[in-house]
Design a protein. Structure first.
Length: 258
């Protein structure tokens, strides 16, 4: 009986260790980030502030709409001000399907033309910001190999620190490191390393709000440490599950605008 109890206890411990190990893989953590619920749809006013190395600022105001369509997330952005970018629009469709890249388009009113963003152009910076077109999409967890480096606190929150290395050797970043808040599953900090393995950019999440039970990132700061340029993204007037029509996410609407 004693041996049986020992064997049962040992088996239970092995099951516990095995389950715990599954929870703590880097892939599992990043899958939880990717699948974190954010509502069926969301709209907001996005203020994008660009700050150069001399401290000069440019502020752009954008209206943003996002909606889930089953295995596809569609996002459209309309520039409201200033005058030199007004009526410019950008649309992104992200797919859950394995191996399927995001579709992206930008409408330039001066040319009265919609341009499709090619895969070769996704490393370009979006409208003078420190976010690339690729950064604006939803990168799939399976595109990278992940490992947990450690756990540590950020702003009093317990985080997994996950290193992600792209499977595609030609990807614009050699690796990224993300600080993911335990049990909430959003990144609170991220480092981007260039093709030479040097630190290129840092992304810091400065404000997160729980709206209708969803954790919504309301302020993010991307800092390019090599160029000393910075971009602040701030959401205001966030509304969730308002029933945004499917017709909002079309090339026709890109041209038509708000």
């Amino acid at each position: 009986m004693k041996k049986l109890m020992q064997l049962t206890l040992a088996a239970s411990m092995l099951v516990f260790i095995n389950v715990n190990a599954q929870k703590l893989t880097g892939l599992k953590v990043m899958e939880k980030v990717y699948n974190r619920p954010t509502g069926n749809d969301m709209q907001s006013t996005l203020t994008m502030t660009l700050i150069n190395s001399q401290g000069d600022k440019r502020v752009r105001v954008i209206r943003q709409f996002i909606r889930q369509f089953g295995q596809v997330e569609k996002k459209i952005m309309f520039f409201v001000s200033p005058a030199d970018v007004k009526n410019t629009s950008f649309m992104n469709w992200s797919y859950d399907e394995e191996g399927k890249d995001d579709d992206q388009w930008i409408y330039l009113p001066a040319l009265k033309k919609i341009k499709r963003i090619s895969s070769d152009s996704k490393g370009d910076y979006f409208m003078g910001s420190d976010f690339t077109y690729d950064d604006l999409g939803n990168r799939k967890p399976t595109d990278d190999t992940h490992k947990i480096l450690r756990t540590e606190k950020v702003n009093g929150l317990d985080c997994y620190v996950v290193e992600s290395t792209p499977k595609d050797e030609d990807y614009m970043y050699s690796k990224t490191i993300t600080w993911v808040v335990k049990d909430r599953w959003y990144g609170v900090k991220k480092e981007f390393y260039d093709e030479d393995g040097d630190l290129l950019k840092t992304l810091n999440i400065e404000k997160v709000q729980n709206i209708k039970g969803y954790w919504i990132i309301e302020k993010a700061v991307m800092n390019n440490v090599q160029t000393k340029h910075k971009t602040i993204m701030e959401l205001k007037n966030v509304k969730i599950n308002t029933g945004i029509p499917a017709s909002k996410f079309t090339q026709r609407m890109m041209k038509r605008g708000l």
